[in-house]
Design a protein around this ligand. Structure first.
Ligand code: NAP
Length: 295
């Protein structure tokens, strides 16, 4: 008789986290969801990610920057899946506080609980952007995980469709400023396809798993797709890299956290991001769905 395994999904209210809750449930796991605000995942997200509040077997309300609020979060779980991260500017906390220290607090509990597998979501092409603070924080955590003695998997995804949604929002406004010439390539991935890769990673040896979606586009082509989806003629203005980086330096004087996140976005435009392809969902269809929901 097989025993139902319990998984902690940290970051369960996020774009990937919601698809992971759904995928784990569909594969028969019991899910404990760690969220800051349980109301948030009662409704679908802005990029079509599902409402999963009612799928979770247990909900823990906690903030990883406040150790007391996540005490015992791993108690009784077999597997930890961590898609928790700082993806928007926060006036009070840095990537180091959340991506490194916050995830480390969960890891310490997972070690004490001797969980059978810890799956962590970092980023693809991390070795090409070692000085970006978000990447540094993720990779500091990855080093801790590898030294933890636990069985682990590190998922290294390319950009998510939700991230490409930024191009869609800009296209809706009628105009996009593009940093550089936009000729570098990327194969972004849908959250549902990525969640399958993440749940598959429960089984097997400790390993790193780079992953992207089925279609490769240049950044400029993704912008053009977004314009077509909202029925607008592409209007894209190139912003020289030096100008964007100058703007970044000025931003850094006023808002360090915002500058860190922007530096990631700008750095990422400098080279190709083509990861091993997985999944069946297409960016074109994703933009079409966003467009139909906005009308
Ligand atoms: N987006 C991409 O293109 C991309 C690409 C590669 C890797 N990644 C990585 O994948 C992970 C998930 O990305 P995503 O796009 O799904 O992010 P997301 O939608 O912003 O979700 C992040 C999750 O982390 C939670 N969180 C943030 N700070 C927290 C805190 N202090 N305490 C507890 N929970 C906290 C958020 O909670 P709230 O809902 O309360 O904010 C949310 O559930 C991140 O680590 C990201 O760096 C993202």
């Amino acid at each position: 008789m097989s025993v139902t395994k319990k998984v902690l999904v940290a970051g369960a209210s996020g774009y990937l986290g919601r698809y992971a809750v759904k995928e784990f449930k569909e594969r028969g796991y019991q899910v404990r969801a760690l969220v800051r605000n349980p109301d948030k995942f009662k409704t679908a997200g802005s990029h079509g990610e599902p409402a999963v509040h009612d799928l979770a077997d247990e909900i823990v309300v906690g903030d990883v920057t406040s150790p007391e609020s996540i005490r015992d979060v791993c108690k009784g779980v077999d597997i930890v899946f961590c898609a928790l991260g700082l993806t928007a500017p926060d006036a009070h906390h840095s990537s180091y506080d959340v991506d490194y220290l916050g995830n480390k607090r969960i890891l310490e509990q997972a070690v004490a609980e001797r969980v059978s597998r810890f799956i962590y979501v970092s980023v693809f092409n991390e070795d090409k952007m070692p000085d970006i603070l978000t990447i540094k924080a993720h990779e500091l955590f990855v080093a801790e995980l590898k030294n933890s003695g636990l069985s682990w998997a590190v998922i290294r995804p390319n950009g998510y469709f939700s991230d490409m949604g930024r191009f869609f929002s800009m296209a809706q406004s009628g105009h996009i400023f593009m940093v550089g010439e936009g000729e570098k390539k990327i194969n972004p991935i849908h959250g549902a396809d990525l969640a399958k890769v993440c749940v598959d990673a429960v089984k097997g040896e400790s390993r790193e798993i780079p992953v992207g979606g089925p279609d490769i586009y240049t950044f400029k082509e993704t912008m053009e797709l977004a314009f077509h989806a909202c029925g607008k003629t592409p209007w894209i203005t190139e912003l020289p890299l030096w100008l964007a980086e100058g703007g970044l330096m000025v931003t850094g004087l006023f808002n360090r956290n915002l500058a860190d996140l922007l530096s990631f976005a700008i750095e990422a435009l400098k080279f190709d991001h083509v990861a091993p392809a997985y999944g069946s969902r297409h960016l074109k269809d994703f933009f079409a769905e966003l467009s139909s929901r906005k009308h």
